[in-house]
Design a protein around this ligand. Structure first.
Ligand SMILES: [Zn+2]
Length: 331
């Protein structure tokens, strides 16, 4: 039978499920065609459906599904990693990225998102929570990839508070011609998070909670000048930034090493190892001008400087009002 001529059975898109995961179930439900044909039918592109992190060709998908699973922008923000990256990307660039992933894909997307320069890796390994897998199988008869587990700074399940496991695969999923589904293949090899103490687990839980809050923030909503002022105010309160605006680097490095001790060798947080080089660069975040920076670096700073996302948001609003007042006085 010609793949273009038979109706597709479409499973529901579950809350927090990645598009990649849903694509895999579409393929399973329509098992008599190839992965390439599944992708062609859904996205009009032979491999778009195998992209596990960022979307492309979403207009084709929403036309094919008659938007029954949401608009292209909703799908991009709630079911792919774009929701995690775009709050920190300037609004005009965020809009251009969201527009381009509807037609084809955003060219140089990872470069625009500051991923290659971050030293945090660009592969986005697939992660899952054993408790979520059990719950999802009970509730839905199958487990799926949760988008909230795939954010690079999420290493603990925000719901069950336990460490996530990483699926060991030799290449990124897009280099394969099939989908990986958690809990589906007993031959899958899972890598556990290294054992760390209770204090480190608490830090990772806080980092996971902050990451989820960041991903719920609208694209372009966190503006760089305001962020810099927010960070600088908090650093000044810690005595790490002088009133004249000078950064006390020795104090800063000691503070960072103490705060994240025991976590620096965990995959995904390796940026913490080179404290002497990396953290001054990270603290460049607190300067008025800096290039687009990986959300994980912002989140490490937010995690260390603020009690919670609510605390951070409150401080951010105060900084924003101060900047508006200052610009009004200058005008
Ligand atoms: Zn879980």
């Amino acid at each position: 039978m010609d793949a273009a001529n038979f109706a597709f059975n479409l499973p529901i898109l579950r809350p927090d499920e990645t598009l990649y995961s849903w694509n895999g179930f579409v393929h399973l439900w329509n098992f008599d065609i190839s992965a390439v044909n599944t992708s062609l039918r859904l996205y009009g592109s032979p491999y778009a459906a195998l992209q596990h992190d960022f979307p492309s060709h979403l207009s084709h998908l929403t036309k094919f599904t008659e938007t029954q699973f949401g608009s292209a922008i909703d799908l991009a923000l709630k079911h792919t990693l774009l929701g995690y990256y775009l709050p920190l990307i300037p609004l005009d660039l965020s809009r251009r990225i969201l527009s381009s992933v509807q037609s084809t894909s955003a060219s140089h997307m990872k470069l625009k998102l500051g991923i290659p320069s971050s030293r945090l890796g660009a592969k986005h390994p697939l992660k899952a929570c054993s408790e979520c897998i059990r719950e999802d199988i009970t509730r839905y008869d199958s487990a799926f990839w949760h988008v909230g587990h795939q954010y690079p700074s999420v290493l603990i399940c925000p719901k069950h508070r336990c460490p996530l496991r990483t699926l060991h695969i030799k290449a990124t999923p897009v280099h394969h011609r099939k989908w990986f589904i958690p809990g589906f293949d007993p031959e899958d090899v899972w890598v556990d998070l290294p054992t760390v103490g209770p204090a480190q687990i608490e830090r990772l839980r806080k980092l996971a909670d902050l990451s989820v809050c960041l991903a719920r923030t609208p694209p372009g909503d966190l503006e760089h000048d305001t962020l810099a002022t927010t960070y600088r105010t908090a650093l000044r309160e810690l005595g790490i930034l002088t009133h004249s605006g000078k950064l006390r680097l020795v104090d800063l490095q000691r503070w960072v090493v103490d705060y994240y001790a025991g976590l620096e060798h965990i995959q995904g947080l390796n940026v913490l190892i080179a404290t002497t080089h990396t953290w001054p660069a990270l603290l460049a975040l607190s300067q008025k001008t800096y290039p687009i920076c990986h959300p994980c670096k912002h989140l490490l700073l937010i995690c260390a400087l603020f009690e919670s996302w609510t605390d951070f948001e409150w401080r951010y609003q105060i900084a924003k009002e101060r900047l508006v007042d200052a610009s009004t006085e200058c005008a």
